[in-house]
Design a protein around this ligand. Structure first.
Ligand code: ZN
Length: 75
């Protein structure tokens, strides 16, 4: 049996856990969340500083984890 990579991450938008490698809308779980996020940016609904900071930290953590996992891998 071949083992497929299954790296679970949390969607920055809805917090749903999903498999990073099988999602083309990453770092979001779905196109919907991606569009919601873009929409929020465009309408400046991201005005709450605490929330913005949290999202940023989450994203950085995800990125850092992914960089570790993808080391030496041709993405
Ligand atoms: Zn989502």
């Amino acid at each position: 049996m071949s083992e497929k990579k299954d790296f679970q991450v949390s969607c920055p938008q809805c917090r749903t856990k999903f498999s990073y490698y099988s999602c083309k809308f990453r770092p979001f779980c779905s196109e919907r969340c991606k569009m919601i996020d873009l929409g929020l940016w465009l309408t400046e609904s991201y005005a709450l500083p605490s929330r913005e900071r949290l999202e940023e930290e989450d994203f950085e953590q995800i990125q850092k984890t992914l960089e570790d996992r993808e080391e030496g891998e041709n993405f």
